[in-house]
Design a protein around this ligand. Sequence first.
Ligand SMILES: NCc1[nH]cc(CCC(=O)O)c1CC(=O)O
Length: 316
Amino acid sequence: MSHTEAPIRIGTRGSQLALAQASEVRARLMTAHGLPEDAFGIEIISTSGDRILDRPLSEVGGKGLFTKEIEAALLDGRIDIAVHSSKDMATANPEGLVITAFLEREDVRDAFIGRDVATIDDLPRGATVGSASLRRQSLIKRLRPDLNVVIFRGNVQTRLRKLAEGQADGTLLALAGLNRMDMASTATEVLSVERFPPAPGQGAICIQSREGDERIAELVAPIGHADTTVALTAERAFLAKLDGSCRTPIAAHAQLDGHGQLTLHGVILTPDGSEMHETHQSGPVSDAHEIGMEAGRVVLSAAGQGFFARWADLKA
Ligand SMILES: NCc1[nH]cc(CCC(=O)O)c1CC(=O)O
């Protein structure tokens, strides 16, 4: 069957993971509406996050790095739908764009990938772990202060190549990404959410469209996932509360109990992992945003002014 209308253009990064996510969105839209594959076009857009590979994400500008160029294409009308990893999105939505839906979350946990050993505990003293994420660097140093952490930038395939080449003894990746690329067997250890709390939004695909584009809003509505949306609302509110005031590592994970209650685990750490402040805040799912804000206030006041000042010293 061939489709006569102009294809709906889906914008995505070109990494294998990004393409897997865009294909999943297309497949879900095809199923939801009985549309053929050629009703959609996939447009690859290169982002600064794909091009700048020699510096940690926090130095290059952090959030927005993997989304800015795709959002510009959406605003310009070069694409109709943007597909992002929610984890890579800033908390402020650009003017003229809206988050149309979050898809049902994949596994939220991080995985350890060891070269010669299977687990973090089995790494020899002083072993090297590669990661570009401040959160992962900090959490692994907290577990194993003896480890040497090096910056690992690039997409999943690049990082796994660096690991295979011996640039590190282990690395950390989102299990969601590995699952989406049928690479779950690459993980040698799956890390629990309490021991290794994930990034806000980890494992959830986000769809963005132009404000007022009702055709796209209607098309996308059936593939949105209500529980994921609630969880992401809480996690992103926590991030928004902290974002303005610091660039310290942040972790957040919201869980629903199936009876209308949500619990958010929110965490901030120093980059060396020596100091951590965390809270669990619960309430009705209808208060997701407020629960996230409250968790942010709690960890901010527990950390105190000195927490951020000390980190400024560390950076200098
Ligand atoms: N820019 C990195 C990025 N953004 C989203 C994911 C994983 C997939 C997800 O969290 O949905 C990854 C790779 C990783 O952290 O291993």
